[in-house]
Design a protein around this ligand. Structure first.
Ligand code: MG
Length: 356
């Protein structure tokens, strides 16, 4: 039961490519005085509505539409945090058993489209991420795949392949690299032929996956591409409802599914999505356009995974990830891994500046 709920709005975040979005934190307190933290990829007013709905009827927590499911995510995560504290165990133990203590963190970095010259803005920004100690990086290149008439198709092919090769050269052999084409951008123009062509280049360059190489509604093309590709095809960040994840899993439209726990209804729904994915031999890596509280939830969730290859969490190097919590719990070790907090629940506490 929730006795008190405190909504903590955070400043809107620029996620790259001009995308700005609200995120919000929730701190609940039970009648026994136990507090729990949650996070949702939405604004404070949506979370207020979700809280009202939940308080009137707790059964709506995981039985609502997509719009309301997003703020409900914060409530679900906060309730899990409370449960962990009540049992005095880290959430990984309650979510299926702790299989590992450290999780590989991959950084997502938004890069400008350049002509791939040493020392240019692309080079500097990517080097900066590597210097922070990340051993896995997902790059998103502004306007990549958005071809216009300024170049011929052959020139575009060359220009894009050059940048992908350039990125690989910059990060070197010891850093895993992924490309996010961001096909859920409403202005996405890349079609199946583009996706296949780009996937083949990435295979040759030994990228780990290509993400959203197609628009989310192009499900048949996703299925075809996943069958043809030798590298992993990742997607699904845009979906919210369990039934959509069940659908793409059943169709094998992707090889890695990427739900965001602060959008899909929290850790409870993450468990259901993982069940649907693994039934169809599909891997799952949490999408992490969220906050330090979302990252803490992802770490506990991923600590339950035994497979090594795709056991990762996504880190957006923003202030709401780096500065929100006490004791800087997400420091990278020299293998680019984050130690999963061992305290009860999520195992993290808000910094004084966010405390009442
Ligand atoms: Mg993405």
């Amino acid at each position: 039961m929730i006795e008190n709920a405190r909504i903590i709005p955070l400043p809107p975040v620029e996620w790259g490519g001009g995308v700005e979005k609200d995120v919000v934190l929730l701190q609940i307190t039970t009648p026994e005085g136990i507090t729990g933290l949650g996070s949702a990829y939405t604004g404070a007013s949506q979370l207020r509505d979700a809280l009202t709905q939940y308080q009137q009827n707790p059964a709506t927590l995981h039985k609502t539409d997509a719009e309301m499911t997003i703020p409900m995510s914060a409530i679900d995560i906060a309730l899990w945090d409370v449960r962990g504290k009540e049992e005095n165990r880290p959430l990984s133990e309650l979510l299926g058993g702790r299989k590992r203590d450290r999780i590989l963190a991959y950084a997502t970095v938004d890069l400008p489209m350049t002509s791939a010259k040493a020392g240019d803005a692309f080079d500097k920004k990517l080097c900066d991420v590597i210097d922070q100690g990340f051993k896995a990086v997902k790059i998103c290149i502004d306007n990549f795949g958005h071809r216009d008439n300024s170049k011929s198709e052959t020139e575009w092919d060359l220009c894009e392949a050059n940048l992908l090769r350039f990125a690989k050269r910059i990060v070197g052999k010891n850093v895993q690299l992924m490309l996010d084409a961001y096909g859920s951008d409403p202005e996405w123009t890349g079609d199946f032929d583009w996706a296949l062509k780009t996937t083949l280049i990435l295979e040759e360059l030994d990228y780990l996956w290509i993400e959203e190489p197609l628009a989310p509604q192009a499900v048949d093309d996703y299925v075809r591409l996943t069958q043809l590709a030798d590298i992993a095809i990742a997607g699904g960040e845009n979906f919210v409802l369990l039934k959509d994840f069940e659908n793409i899993s059943k169709l094998k439209a992707v090889s890695i599914v990427q739900p965001d726990c602060t959008r899909v209804g929290g850790l409870t729904q993450m468990q259901s999505i993982r069940k649907a994915a693994s039934k169809n031999n599909i891997d799952m890596i949490p999408h992490g356009w969220n906050t330090a509280v979302g990252l803490a939830a992802d770490l506990q969730f991923q600590a339950t995974v035994s497979d090594n290859k795709y056991c990762m969490v996504e880190v957006m190097p923003h202030r709401i990830i780096t500065d929100l919590l006490k004791n800087k719990p997400f420091a990278l070790d020299n293998e680019g891994r984050i130690t999963v907090p061992t305290g009860a629940g999520l195992g993290v506490e808000l910094n004084n500046e966010f405390q009442k």
